[in-house]
Ligand binder design. Structure first.
Ligand code: MG
Length: 348
């Protein structure tokens, strides 16, 4: 299976790499269900001279780690800037919360993600919770143990000081970076943080900033649960911001990233011409995704020059187009999508 996928990949991208040095189009690939089936690659952007990015609502690991892992899996060099994850927009919020205490919820390497964005005072919800006795009423009944990122070398005196410091410092923002692993604890702790203005156990106060990366099953469902419970137990409605697909901001951002990739693809002369002729404009930008409600809906909202291609390799398996969020084109695989783009853009 894996060898077969690599064969598809090399056919796919050897054709793309022989195309024009001045590409007038760019590509945004969804990852899960399009590029990867499970952990097996279905395509490899080897020597690709067309600007491309990976656009996924997934996350939990830093863009540099994800680029390295994808690069190893596909056998190519991928820049961290070519990986746009659900939480990548959080990078732009860092100035606002750089030195403030923020709590990050989700699976994966949350502190590493937020630290790479420049946040200097971030605690994972695992570590944060560990400083509050009995904050999770169900903890004694849970059969798993949570590994908190606590310095094991600290003395009990240092730990006690640290505990007081965390308990008395106001949490200024809660970032849901990726899927919550322990919903009951995380909803409890987030409700405590949000309704007390960032000081669990204290009086009710104005809620801190709450941010979610994406409207998808997992993070999206977690947001709905938190919102429903918070709104039933608190007189003021939960305020939050959602990023990631299908937020149209994601595609505007992807277009900027694709444009910024152009200089590394062009010869010096071409770069000069591009600079002289102003900002590079793409005639077409292709989004290749497997989920009509997320990928295709978002591309449709983004409008021209985005062109949506729906594959049947993941969420969508229908014979015809999706009824509610029809794509501009429906194909079986990512290979069919690339063949279509080549015929349309390069006449091959
Ligand atoms: Mg997908």
């Amino acid at each position: 299976m894996r060898r077969q996928l690599f064969t598809i990949a090399s056919r796919l991208f050897s054709r793309l790499s022989s195309q024009s040095d001045r590409p007038s189009f760019g590509i945004a690939f969804d990852i899960d269900g399009v590029f990867l089936l499970g952990h097996a690659p279905v395509g490899s952007p080897r020597n690709l001279k067309i600007p491309f990015v990976f656009l996924t609502n997934g996350g939990g690991f830093s863009e540099s780690k994800r680029a390295q892992d994808l690069g190893q899996l596909l056998g190519v060099n991928i820049l961290p800037s070519q990986v746009i994850q659900g939480h990548t927009p959080f990078k732009q919020l860092v100035n606002r919360f750089e030195n403030e205490l923020v709590v990050a919820v989700g699976k994966g390497e949350l502190a590493a993600v937020m630290s790479e964005y420049g946040d200097k005072n971030v605690l994972s919800v695992d570590e944060y919770t560990s400083y509050f006795d009995a904050i999770d009423p169900l903890a004694p009944y849970k059969r798993w143990t949570t590994k908190a990122d606590i310095d094991q070398n600290s003395s009990s005196n240092e730990m006690a000081k640290r505990k007081i410091a965390v308990q008395t410092q106001r949490v200024q923002a809660a970032f849901v970076v990726s899927d919550s692993v322990d919903w009951s604890r995380d909803i409890q702790v987030l409700c405590d943080i949000l309704r007390t203005g960032g000081l669990p156990g204290r009086e009710t106060a104005k809620q801190p900033h709450a941010t979610f990366p994406a409207e998808r099953l997992g993070v999206g469902a977690f947001r709905i649960a938190l919102e429903a419970i918070y709104n039933r137990t608190h007189p003021i409605l939960l305020a939050y911001t959602s990023y990631g697909k299908p937020n149209p901001f994601v595609y505007a951002n992807a277009e900027t990233v694709l444009r910024n990739l152009m200089p590394s693809l062009l010869s010096n002369l071409d770069v000069e011409n591009t600079i002289n002729s102003g900002i590079h404009c793409f005639k077409s930008l292709y989004m290749i995704g497997d989920n009509p409600k997320i990928d295709i809906r978002c591309a449709r909202q983004a409008g021209d020059p985005w062109f949506s291609i729906l594959t049947r390799t993941g969420v969508f398996k229908g014979k015809d187009n999706h009824s509610e969020f029809p794509a501009d084109l429906v194909v079986d695989t990512v290979e069919d999508a690339v063949n279509f783009m080549l015929r349309k853009e390069c006449g091959s």
